[in-house]
Design a protein around this ligand. Structure first.
Ligand code: 5AD
Ligand code: SF4
Length: 451
């Protein structure tokens, strides 16, 4: 009999990828995914530990799941298995079982291929739990089954995981572990399978994706630039993206790929976090803002229209008004098409969390507001600038309103236009009509010649 599986995904795209792979792992056990938790036989929370808010969300969701589990048991005599996966599971496994003893399974990001064994271990009648937060010898990618369900027109593909950079604010090196790159042949095989099942755009994922150094199977190592060239040979793969990158790993081969691989989209998420050299140093980012500017200059040289995106943290310990002003000045100079910004959140186990130079919450809030005003204005200006342009849109899904479709421009803009569901998966030339704050509207240029 089919069992119903509900996975709730928090955090980054890598978690989205992992959730799909967990679905693959559980398919042979008879689990089929559903869209809401109602009636689920198993609920997995795939969690994020990057900031305190993200972690706390998990515990409030677990409170709701407890009620659901008790109701199913008392009213229907039905057992609901509850699992916590992802980075909170990795970092706070013991805390989860203490605060939420109704959780059956705790599984980290590097061990979810073992879910079938963990499910076999738990016994609801004696409340036996299964916990697995190892950093195992074996590599999960080697043990995961092939993709089960199609991933849609735009899919993620993890090529690299973990991080060895140890920025002073970041939990990733502790939750995801050391840097690991998948062998190039595995990546190419997975990409080919995805394309064979209808995917047109692949975003290569990694916490430090441009540090990719995958075994080529012949004693050499491929960089991300080399991998992108090989992926571009796959027939039917129309678009390639990658995220997230570190400025120090933007090597010349990768930068050149932005100029000579037409499938590589003109959009790059390249976080710098702060525009102050003093703060960058305290963050252990290991580069100055000039290094960042040089990378962007080189990128714009080979791809003048490249749209830049980034991440910023305000209120890192010791950040002064002048440091913050330097960040605003950097943003002014770069001109972002989009960006993400956060108040610094002290994370357990990270060096910055024990600094006695913590910035008051109110100062962080003021700085975040000023920063977001500037970034929002830049994003709006970018979207306005594309008005009148003719851009290729990958149609991804039906939009919010009847007869409306939603897709992405090469610059990652969300695009809405009048169309029909049979266009999903096609790349269609559109004229951009109106740039808005978070999206653009468009009209199909001409249906002639569109396959
Ligand atoms: N506090 C606030 N933001 C953080 N990020 C990572 N760690 C923290 C933290 N402790 C942000 C960084 C990173 C993004 C994924 O999350 O900007 O690039
Ligand atoms: Fe975290 Fe990124 Fe720094 Fe690695 S490079 S420690 S993932 S912010």
């Amino acid at each position: 009999m089919t069992k119903k599986l509900f996975i709730k995904t928090y955090g980054c795209q890598m978690n989205v990828y992992d959730s799909d792979r967990m679905t693959d792992v559980l398919a042979p056990l008879g689990y089929a995914p559903i869209e809401t938790p109602d009636g689920a036989d198993m609920v997995i929370l795939n969690t994020c530990h990057i900031r305190e808010k993200a972690s706390e969300k998990v515990f409030s969701e677990l409170g709701r799941l407890r009620m659901m589990k008790e109701k199913a048991r008392d009213q229907q005599g039905r057992a609901v298995t509850i699992a916590v996966a992802g980075c909170v599971a990795q970092a706070e496994g013991a805390e989860i079982t203490r605060r939420a003893p109704w959780v059956d399974i705790v599984v980290g990001p590097q061990t979810y291929h073992r879910l079938p064994e963990l499910i076999a271990e738990i016994d609801p009648s004696v409340r036996k739990r299964a916990i697995d937060t190892d950093f195992p010898q074996e590599v999960k990618f080697d043990l995961l089954p092939e993709e089960h369900a199609p991933r849609g027109p735009a899919a993620f593909l993890s090529v690299q995981e973990g991080c060895d950079k140890f920025c002073a604010f970041c939990v990733v090196p502790y939750t995801r572990g050391a840097e690991y790159s998948r062998p190039a042949a595995d990546v190419l095989a997975e990409a080919t399978r995805l394309v064979g099942r209808g995917t047109r755009e692949i975003t290569l994922l990694g916490q430090n994706v441009n540090a990719y150094h995958g075994d080529d199977g012949h004693g050499s190592v491929w960089s991300l630039g080399r991998l992108i060239h090989a992926l571009a040979e796959i027939d039917g793969l129309e678009r390639i993206r990658y995220t997230t990158s570190h400025p120090l790993d933007m090597d010349d081969e990768l930068i050149a790929a932005h100029g000579n691989v037409p499938q590589l989209m003109p959009y790059l998420h390249l976080p710098i976090q702060s525009g102050s050299d003093r703060v960058l140093d305290a963050m252990n980012r290991r580069h100055s803002k000039d290094v960042y500017f040089k990378v962007i200059d080189k990128l714009r040289h080979v791809r003048p229209d490249i749209a830049m995106s980034g991440d910023f943290i305000v209120g890192f310990p010791g950040e002064s008004d002048q440091d913050f002003a330097d960040t605003l000045a950097l943003i002014d100079k770069v001109g972002y098409a989009s960006a993400y910004s956060f108040k610094y959140s002290p994370r357990p186990g990270t060096p910055a969390s024990v600094s006695d130079l913590q910035v008051p919450e109110a100062v962080k809030a003021d700085r975040l507001e000023a920063l977001q005003q500037l970034l929002n204005a830049q994003q709006f200006a970018f979207n306005k600038k594309t008005e009148g342009m003719r851009l290729d849109i990958l149609v991804e899904r039906a939009g919010g309103r009847a007869g409306q479709m939603a897709g992405r421009s090469p610059f990652m803009q969300a695009v809405n236009f009048a169309g029909s569901e049979d266009q999903i998966g096609q790349i269609i030339a559109c004229d951009i009509i109106e740039g808005r704050q978070n999206s653009v509207t468009a009209e199909i240029t001409s249906m002639k010649g569109v396959a």
